[in-house]
Write a protein that binds this ligand. Sequence first.
Ligand code: M6R
Length: 608
Amino acid sequence: MCGIVGYVGPRDCTDVLISALTKLEYRGYDSAGIAVFENGKIEVAKSKGRLTDLVKKMEKEGKPNGHAGIGHTRWATHGEPSDINSHPHSGRRVTIVHNGIIENYKELKQFLIDNERTEFLSDTDTEVVAQLLDFYYEGNPIRCIRRVLHELRGSFALGIVFADRPETVYAVRCESPLIVGQGKGEAFIASDVPAILKYTKDYYLLEYGEIAVLKNGSVTFCDFHGRMVEKVLKTADWDEDSAEKGGYPHYMIKEIHEQPTAVKTTITPRIENGMPNLSECGITPETLRDINNIFIVACGTAMHAGMVGKYVIEKLARTSVTVDIASEFRYRDPLIGENDLVIIISQSGETADSKAVLNLVRETKAKSLAVVNVKGSSIARDADMVIYTHAGPEIAVASTKAYMVQLAVMYLLAFEIAYAKGKIDEKECRELIAGLQNIPEVIDKTIDAVVDECQYISTKLITADSLLYIGRGLDYALSMEGSLKLKEISYIHSESYAAGELKHGTISLVEDGMPVIAVATQNTLLEKTVSNIKEVKARGAMTIVICDEYTEIDEDAADYLIRVPKISEVLMPMVATVPMQLLAYYTAVNKGNDVDKPRNLAKSVTVE
Ligand code: M6R
């Protein structure tokens, strides 16, 4: 939810921290702050608002000058966004930045108050940790951190500086992600790899309970018990350019254009001689043959990819698939059988609710499979099997290319399961795979074909207070994502509805001029969808229909038509997604919204 960074080395620390935080702003952006050792003393600068507000403040009031420090960009959990609640937070001798949540902070605060520590300035759980560190600090930072780790409940990663340990940064990880970058004579901490790519591609992944000490440009590690740990240095395969806008005005539109490459990179290593082959992910036809039921569990966009997966797997593999929202699944006491498969889809691999599902699966005899974009993330590491999506870093909060590659993986899985179970023959499987291999090219064509139309239609949407997305079958699954995309960045209320369900209540919302976006790519259901479109049209709706290039839609049904290339019906979601993304993007742009950092949101939701 929040982003934390730290630096020790010869460069101007404030510049490094700000540059690194810029890359993490997608994690939270309601306030920002830094703490830097200046002439042996910790200097703090922080501000409510975006990172640019902090930079402006420092331009006016002066910036801390030094070579070691920590920084933070915040998504508020405890306490409203304000200067006071911004990180870093301090005790008398300790200053910290924190990503995550401390569940027992109230008890700990009471403990401190009972022990005459009453100088709390903010409403945050973080300040309680700073005070607690201070309370236990007797001159040995590691012992103090370990002592406090025993007391804290929740998920967190901390960057810590001690006033009497100048030029040294301490970091600890419990659940919330944290990496430690190693450059030449300099070291970094960050919540995510893109933050440090400008300086180094080499990093260590901090594990649960590990503590890092950054000093004199190098790093040492110890575990929860204070024992030294040798760690393996990893090298990021993302470069700085892939985490930059590359000439596009927003990350979102750049990422929409990156979809063909992302799909190609994701599917190519999983196809051998025209057939699906997921063995590099630990998945064999034998594993899949005996699967009984499948549960797909995820949040938000990733869950919507799962919805498409459900339709496709059930259709082709004739295997029952239940799709659940992770925050519901984990508490609903689901019936998971021995031969069931639980698929967790997550771009970040750190989403708290999705991660919690893995603990649940571990208590059963079922197998877990993670479909994850970020390498080495918690979900990827904790699952029995992993299929990495190779979308590269997704920076825009609104997910586009990650969704597209999640779809690609759903298709690969569906084909492989269907073939393993003998529900499709080799010929059919080869045809399906060939269709999937063609997708990158078709996405490219689709972007070109629909971009102008979407830009134009978006000007008709900006005045709407509310709109509906409708569809049947795969089009319904897809419209869920179209609706989320539009509402999260345009701030226009939007719901997706199974077209046939409208008459059971929701159609009463339709009034003159209300936009209704209908996805109608499933020819087998076309007639029925068109009837539903006409029903809303007859009640005054402004209808926008997304269909393939050959479909004949009655003139009186659609006010606007967006035509996409025709491919096999089962694969249409991968094409029809594109205009939905572009409609959302241009509507947000035309409304003057911050497309990449929509209000109240954060890219990675690491708290419940
Ligand atoms: O990292 P995850 O895929 O687990 O994130 C799940 C959702 O928070 C995410 O898909 C969210 O709905 C999107 N950013 C919306 O575009």
